[in-house]
Each structure stands twice: as C-alpha cells, then as structure tokens.
Design a protein around this ligand. Structure first.
Ligand code: CP
Length: 353
C-alpha cells in the first residue's frame, strides 16, 4: 500500500467510526424551572409578597392612565382559555390593555386546540409568535405548571380545574381588606387574626375555595368551610392550618365577618347525588337567614351566580353584598400580577417601579 493509499484508508476509517448517538431527550421535564413571575398557586405568596401585590394594585389603579399605558407598552400577552369565562378573561384583558400591552385571545373553540393540538405545543407556538406571558384557564388541575415548564414564560393561572384560582383569591382579599378598613401597607401574617371567613357551598369542586383557604390563613384568618358531605369531605380541613369544617351554615354565619358563597358547579357534579331542594333549605344565603345570623357580614360570591340556588337575588343585590366590588377589584389585582410577571425581572434586579 502506498503512503497515499494508507492515508485514504485511515481517513475512511475515521469517517466510518460512528460517534455515540447524541442524547435527544431534554432535561427531566419536572426539573425545568418555573418563571418567578408566574402566579400559579396561592400558597406561593408569602404575606410580604401579598402586601407588594396589593400595594402595586393600589398604585396602578390611581395612576394617570396615559403614564400607566407605558408600563407594558407593546409587550405581548396571550390569553389561553380552554373554559368559558366572563370576569377573569375580561379583567385580565382590560388590565393588560390598561398597561399598554398587546393581547391576543386563544380559545379552545376557535383555534387548533379543536384539532387536537396539545397544551405544550400551543404554548410553544404562542411563545414562537412572541408571547411574553400566558394567562391560562384550563379544566385540568396542574395544567399551568406544565405550560410554565414547557415555555419558560411567566404563566398566570386563571383557574385550573378543581385546583386553584389565585388571582381570584387576591381580589377577594382586596375586597375583604377594603370592607374591614385595612390598608394594603398594613398587611402582615397577623392582619386577619380574629377574622372568620365562611366559605359555603360546593367546596369539593371549587378552585376559588382552595385558593382562598390557602391564602387567608397566611394572614391569620380562620377559614370555616361549610356544606353537605357530598360537596365538602371531612378531610378538607387538612388542606392547611387555620381551616375548619362546619356543617351548620347558621352556626357558621354567627361566627363570621365574611361569608363567601359558591356556585353549585353542575358541570363538575358528575355522579354525585345532590338534592337541590335540601341544599337550598340548609345552605342558601337567603335574606331571612343573613338578617337573622349575620346582619353585619360582608356577603361575597366569585360568580357566576345562580340566583335562587346558593344565594337569593335579594342578598346578591343587597346592601351587604360585596359582589360588584369583587368584580371591580379584578382589574387592579390583575394589572399588578401582569406587571409582576413582565417587569419583575427588572424589579428583581433592582430597577423597580
Ligand atoms: N370568578 C370567575 O372565575 O368568573 P369567570 O368564570 O366568569 O371568569
């Protein structure tokens, strides 16, 4: 073999010796980080973080609208809704627009989700289109964690299955503090000591109940869950500290400054036998019951309301009702969450507001 032939054979050998295959899999999905600007669970908010969000909501609400519209000017926010919504969707959209962001709504009925596209692929697609933050409502508990890990974007949970609705809990808290005359700047772990909040109704299926039950005790409140066994299992008291179960609605009313009524979620009742007449007679917030047992309490409801079932029209529209104020508080709280999500990096590095 000539020297030339020798060199050619060695080159051929080098070329045909295969390198070990490259690893195609990504790092373990569950090790992927969640963007710190996300808001997925109420349990992630310390009292100090809650205070910052409430103070930010107050400041943003008061700010000159022209100045406010520069805060997130041209930032891209996607609203990804797999379930219907009036309050949450509209208030997130108005909040984003008030801060100057561009918004786009993707709903399961008018997008490729209908053709079977997965949440992960939808999220990756929205990111590739320039979305910088995704607001997600999903019928599946835990979906916001998947979306946050898959995209690396801040994800704001607008309600996931029967799990959580943290922005609702924050706007509920703002409503409670306003009723009690407590300033946002005064919020600490002890602010709601001595305050009992009754949450009554379909606790089993309620993400609102869960987020409130996780958030309010962090500020010292006692949360009294109330409802029949079918809708309130005994183990619910184990959700966290400061939570008790009380079956007798009138006894709960007598102890409470705040009463949150919940909708009976017909769409999630599957297989449960709930006698609605019996439910009304024991758990309805009727004018007679409220006047007799909780004449000074604030009556709340996250909506949508089924008038004549869990609450009467008289109570929903009455002087003790905080329902319209809850809806109103949706925009400032969601402005604060959006700014935390999108300007948080700057603030975390010391830029602040
Ligand atoms: N409170 C609430 O989540 O209402 P929507 O379903 O209308 O958003």
């Amino acid at each position: 073999m000539t020297q030339q032939e020798d060199r050619e054979e060695m080159a051929l050998t080098r070329a045909t010796v295969r390198k070990p295959p490259q690893k195609l899999s990504s790092p373990s999905f569950f090790n992927l980080p969640i963007h710190p600007g996300s808001a997925i669970s109420a349990k992630d908010f310390s009292a100090a973080e809650v205070r910052r969000i409430l103070e930010s909501a107050d400041a943003l609400e008061k700010e000159n609208p022209m100045r406010r519209a520069n805060r997130l000017a041209k930032r891209r926010v996607a609203l990804l809704f797999y379930e219907s919504s009036t309050r949450t969707r509209t208030s997130f959209e108005l909040a984003a627009k008030a801060l100057g962001a561009d918004t786009t709504l993707v709903s399961s009925l008018s997008s490729s989700i209908e053709k079977g596209e997965s949440l992960k692929d939808t999220g990756i697609t929205l990111k590739a289109l320039g979305a910088e933050c995704i607001i997600l409502r999903s019928p599946y508990s835990g979906a916001p964690y998947l979306l946050a890990r898959a995209t690396g974007l801040p994800v704001l949970n607008a309600g996931d299955g029967m799990a959580e609705h943290p922005s609702q809990a924050l706007l509920d808290l703002r409503t409670i503090l306003q009723f009690l005359g407590i300033r946002s700047s005064a919020v600490t772990e002890k602010t709601l000591r001595g305050v009992t909040v009754t949450i009554c109704g379909d606790i089993l299926h309620s993400r609102v109940a869960r987020s409130n039950a996780l958030l309010l005790p962090q500020l010292g409140a006692k949360v009294m869950l109330c409802g029949p066994r079918e809708l309130l299992p005994e183990y619910a008291a184990g959700m966290g500290p400061g939570i008790v179960v009380e079956r007798d609605f009138e006894a709960a009313l007598r102890q409470s400054k705040i009463v949150m009524m919940l909708r009976i979620q017909a769409e999630r009742l599957a297989g449960l036998q709930v006698d609605l007449d019996d439910y009304r007679s024991r758990y309805q917030a009727s004018a007679e019951r409220i006047v007799k047992h909780a004449p000074k309490a604030l009556i709340m409801h996250p909506g949508p309301i089924i008038r004549g079932l869990e609450i009467t029209a008289e109570v929903a529209d009455g002087l003790q009702s905080g329902i319209a104020q809850q809806v109103h508080n949706g925009v400032p709280i969601r402005m604060a969450l959006l700014e935390r999500a999108l300007r948080g990096d700057k603030a975390r590095k010391g830029g602040g507001r």
